[in-house]
Design a protein around this ligand. Sequence first.
Ligand code: FE2
Ligand code: FE2
Length: 164
Amino acid sequence: MMHHAYIGGLLEHTLSLAVLVNRVADHYSGIDRDLLMTGAILHDIGKIEEFEYKCRIDYSDAGRLINHIVIGIEMIGQKISEVENFPENAALLLKHLIVSHHGAREFGSPEPPKTLEGLLLNYLDEIDSKINGIREFMDSQETGDNWTAYHKPMERYFYKGHLK
Ligand SMILES: [Fe+2]
Ligand SMILES: [Fe+2]
């Protein structure tokens, strides 16, 4: 319902976020680029199980009952346990990126970002999901009008008169 809600959308969002991270990571000093890139690639991995496709995309039972952040943590934890001597601190920092990528408890993150990589991932994820979601919404509207219909998730009308 929010963004990239079509077949292939998760892959498109994940790639787009990785490209954004690639562009932004060097702009700031003191960023663990590998950690941030790994977080970008894996942040929504739980959505593979959170959604299902029969004749339309919908939440799966696991998605409704557990949600993609928890599913993602389980999936990544499972993979990490298969790697001998995976560094404990790297696992912790990567899991923190998954846990915190929604930014705040009211948006589904049990903990807010507490590392620079976490903050960057949260903001870049939000940029990518918002821009895609709003662009999809604009494209779905009548072409003649300067304004879109009311966009409920962001509680506003969007102006597109200059894009004609
Ligand atoms: Fe997410
Ligand atoms: Fe995302």
